[in-house]
Design a binder for this molecule. Sequence first.
Ligand code: PEP
Ligand code: MG
Length: 328
Amino acid sequence: ARRALARLQRLPATTKDGTPVELQANLELPFELAMIAESGAHGIGLLRSEFMFMNREVAPDEDTQARIYQDIVEAMDGDPVTIRVLDWGSDKEVEALSRYLPETPEANPALGLRGIRLLLRYPALLETQLAAILRAAAHGPVRIMLPMVSVAAEVQAAREVLIRVWRRLKRRKNITLPDSLPPLGIMVETPAAALASPVLAQHADFFSIGTNDLTMYTLAADRSLPAGMKLYDPLEPAVLRLIHLTSSFAAQVGIQVSVCGELAGRPHAAPLLLGLGIRQLSMHGNTVPLVKKAIRASSLAACQRLAADALAAPSADAVRALLADAEA
Ligand code: PEP
Ligand code: MG
């Protein structure tokens, strides 16, 4: 089985009828780098930068961050690295927030100050991180991604910060910068972002659909609902509709869209996502070969029929049954 997986690593992620799909890896902790390099992934589609801010009393400074990003960019050896700026808040270490920021805890953190909202309220945090990312971008292809976007104004404001940081860095001596600004994209993980994707496409350079949060916010259901209440399910047709909407709008205006939530790493869901118009997936490095195998066994026409049936299905369970049938 190991030999078969190693062979798979060199084969393209292409459907039986020749549709190419790009597979990338999510990186949550730096030790995963070696595994990702072995996985056959073409770059990092989601670098969750939260690890740098955990278990510390103060935020890492620009030099520290720049070194960490640069190491990752160099290890990827020319493949793109998509760095998501800090997505702090909600399920992500809310308690530690107070060590950085003078906010009182919110009654409802998932609907409160998290992701881009928090960064725009504390721009110094964002400026330091963007400066470090821009410096790392001199060493290989980098993309910058904003978490938890819900309206275009957030993208505009973040781009203004990016340009300000870029100009400031250009005046500094002894640092190397890339020739041009890296692409600035957004996570599509709120229903608002999916529904407003035609507007957001005018401000963002790429989309990446975060099905974990998109599922939670679409169904208004936390992942930690009591057992027996399985409302939280990315296969729920309402969630699939938002994925389809986003990929359709993206195709119309020619903006790149990937899926980087857990759903992207489920081999049996790959044909469904292809059928919904997705051609780029980012997942845990371990699952890249398995998803590739599923893609190589699929034909696009069958994927599109599957997606049409899933969008019209009455429930997540019904979609699961369709996926099982398609696999058999
Ligand atoms: C998501 O929400 O799907 C996602 C990829 O981001 P995270 O899991 O880090 O919230
Ligand atoms: Mg998310």
